[in-house]
Design a protein around this ligand. Structure first.
Ligand code: FE2
Length: 409
């Protein structure tokens, strides 16, 4: 006969989940802000220790209690201020572990796909199976890249069809290749990226636009990969790029030079008017909050469609306020580790897990958040790297109006 779990053990586990939830939320928030990298690394270590140290926190009041001499009254029955604080924190942990976390998880699981998402389809190419150890390289943590169940070498080629409100009629059928977060540092090896570009050329040889959403390098030595890898991606109408937060740490001016020499229009925190299929449009770059000031759109003509490349999806509401029709983002990598049911955990966004990956829609803006092609830490679980090809289409008359934000992975 199976035994019921001890209620006290269940309570402790729920409290631990709540404790982890709270500390992860603050870490997600801090990682979305332009804060010193050494501090963030230390703080991440501290946060990990605090999360693992929950049993010690739990035992603290009992360990700290001093024995009462027999000739003195026993005041230990009355909580001290520290004990009140301890009990309040435990109550908060129980609420977050037992109510907030399950409710948020269920809401995330029940989210309907946005109306803008007409279709999604992904083919996976397993480059470990195809190329073997040659894909690992000699960058950061190659032993991590080799771990079983690690998805870093299984690349999704994702095809999205999006019905974007306000799309110019001549853009019906326009295709956009989105590549983000290549994080060149040696792992994966050059052979991995070369093979991905080979596959892009084979599947989608002539997109109308190519858009790069930042995070090219994670060392001072890999700027030389930008041209030979990303310069091969061709487009018939235009190629645009912005930088990401990791580029800030490795000579960003050198990154900009390499991206321009690879043939891209580097937008920075700015905008330009271009013609795509003969239709005027405004292409905006947003590299904030790491590069400032944010783009100033006060002089942008009001009529033409606005396409925005933003490294972080945190600029979604900024895009809505500035009448961006389509926003293309990266940065959050889908969280890299996605547990069954729970999905993502660590997502460097001020909105936590809300915009971890997929398609979102709200306030007249459609946003695509790519999971990226790589990462500084070559570890992914149930979160494959991806390259995205978007085909744009005009919404039907009934649905051609702003809709509330919704999402799909
Ligand atoms: Fe990134």
């Amino acid at each position: 006969m199976s035994r019921m779990p001890d209620p006290l053990v269940v309570l402790l586990l729920v409290g631990w989940v709540g404790h982890a939830y709270l500390w992860t939320a603050q870490l997600n928030y801090l990682y979305a802000r332009p804060i010193s990298k050494p501090f963030l690394k230390l703080w991440r270590l501290f946060t990990g220790l605090v999360i693992l140290g929950f049993p010690l926190l739990l035992a603290a009041p009992f360990v700290a209690t001093k024995p009462v001499p027999p000739d003195q009254p026993d005041w230990s029955l009355f909580p001290t201020q520290a004990e009140w604080a301890w009990m309040a924190y435990m109550a908060v942990c129980l609420v977050f572990g037992g109510v907030v976390f399950p409710v948020v998880t269920v809401i995330r699981l029940l989210r309907r796909p946005p109306a803008a998402l007409v279709s999604v389809r992904a083919d996976t190419l397993d480059l470990w199976t195809e190329l073997g150890p040659a894909v690992v390289g000699n960058g950061k943590y190659p032993w991590v890249a080799r771990l079983p169940l690690n998805d870093v070498f299984r690349v999704d080629f994702t095809e999205l069809t999006l019905a974007v409100p306000g799309l110019p009629p001549v853009w019906d059928g326009l295709t956009i290749l989105v590549v983000t977060d290549v994080h060149f540092h040696g792992t994966p090896a050059r052979a991995f990226f070369d093979r991905v570009v080979d596959e892009v050329e084979r599947r989608w040889p002539t997109p109308d636009l190519v858009c790069l959403a930042g995070d090219y390098v994670d060392t001072d030595e890999h700027h030389s990969w930008i041209g030979p890898v990303l310069g091969r991606l061709k487009a018939t109408e235009g190629r645009f790029a912005i930088l990401g937060n990791h580029d800030e740490h490795h000579d960003p001016e050198r990154v900009r030079k390499a991206v321009v020499e690879a043939g891209y229009d580097l937008l920075g925190n700015g905008w330009k008017e271009v013609a795509v299929r003969g239709e005027r449009c405004t292409v905006v770059g947003h590299e904030g909050p790491w590069f400032a000031p944010p783009p100033d759109l006060s002089n942008v003509p009001s009529g033409p469609f606005r396409l925005c490349l933003s490294h972080t999806p945190d600029n979604f509401y900024w895009g809505q306020r500035h009448r961006v029709g389509l926003m293309l983002c990266g940065h959050v990598h889908g969280g890299q580790i996605r547990l069954p049911v729970v999905t993502s955990i660590f997502v460097p966004s001020v909105y936590g897990r809300r915009f971890d990956c997929g398609v979102f829609e709200g306030g007249g803006t459609v946003m695509v958040v790519g999971r990226g092609l790589s990462g500084k830490e070559p570890l992914r679980f149930r979160c494959r790297p991806e390259v995205i090809r978007i085909t744009l289409t005009r919404p039907t008359a009934v649905s051609d109006s702003p809709r509330p934000g919704r999402a799909v992975d």
